[in-house]
Design a protein around this ligand. Structure first.
Ligand SMILES: Nc1ncnc2c1ncn2[C@@H]1O[C@H](COP(=O)(O)OP(=O)(O)O)[C@@H](O)[C@H]1O
Ligand SMILES: [Mg+2]
Length: 236
């Protein structure tokens, strides 16, 4: 589905990614964990064509997209939900969702079906569809940002630290929604998280990044057991 091959990326003269390779298969949830500053967001920006790698390539559905423009990458079906729940606060919940589908020329009937799908995944958004997005709680805004990303019916979705700043109960809800998206809509997920324990518990496989390099990778179940991973990333 998505194959990142031997990427080197720089901000100016500073190298931020070194020989990074990562793969997301059909139907998989892949987590990418690692400390603040490791290079996780930079990797996502590279996939989205927002930063050009100096070396390496990004292959999506068998095609090389390394040099393709960001807007073209979006229309090929990769959705990126960045850090910091960016919703349009002065617009209604429903209008926010419809914005997510702007690049697809959906008929009003298709639009309705997609909205209903979102309200099924997260019923609160249905109850509050006319409310201004800015009046939602932090957790609900994050859910709205996620559902807005889903509105375009993506082929792959990437989440950047969706749990950041959310209360623990809401974090659990949100991870449950991510699993649901993967299972019901059959969308592969690349999940970037500092909440390593949660990310490992819902993902099939995992990559651990430090200082711009992939240090470890494997099945998430096994990583949860691994004593080194526990010590370094799960707090003992
Ligand atoms: N726009 C930028 N310009 C210069 N350096 C940046 C920029 N964004 C991030 N960095 C640096 O690149 C490194 C990796 O950052 P980032 O990919 O955001 O890490 P993570 O998402 O894992 O926390 C950090 O050292 C960060 O300071
Ligand atoms: Mg980041």
């Amino acid at each position: 589905m998505l194959e990142i091959r031997n990427i080197d990326a720089y901000y100016g003269k500073v190298q931020v990614l070194s020989n990074v390779s990562l793969e997301v298969g059909k139907d998989e949830i892949i987590s990418l964990i690692g400390a603040n500053g490791a290079g996780k967001s930079t990797l996502m920006k590279t996939v989205m064509g927002l930063l050009r790698p100096k070396k390496g390539s990004v292959i999506f559905q068998g095609e090389d997209i390394t040099k393709i423009k960001n807007t073209k990458i979006v229309s090929r079906g990769i959705v990126y939900v960045p850090e910091g729940r960016e919703v349009f606060p002065e617009m209604s919940v429903r209008d926010n969702l419809e914005m997510g589908a702007y690049c697809r020329k959906f008929s009003s009937r298709e639009m309705k079906t997609h909205l209903e799908d979102m309200y099924e995944i997260f019923p609160k958004l249905g109850e509050r569809q006319k409310q201004l997005a800015g009046s939602l709680s932090g957790g609900e805004q994050q859910m709205l940002a996620i559902c807005r990303g889903l509105m375009s019916d993506p082929k792959l979705i990437m989440f950047d630290e969706p749990s950041l700043g959310l209360a623990p109960v809401i974090v659990e809800d949100m991870f449950r929604v991510i699993v649901k998206i993967n299972q019901i809509k059959k969308i592969p997920v690349l999940l970037v998280e500092q909440n390593a324990y949660m990310a490992l518990s819902i993902s099939h496989r995992c990559y651990v990044m430090a200082n711009g390099m992939i240090r470890l990778s494997g099945r998430s179940e096994e990583m949860l057991e691994e004593s080194d991973v526990k010590k370094t990333y799960l707090g003992g």
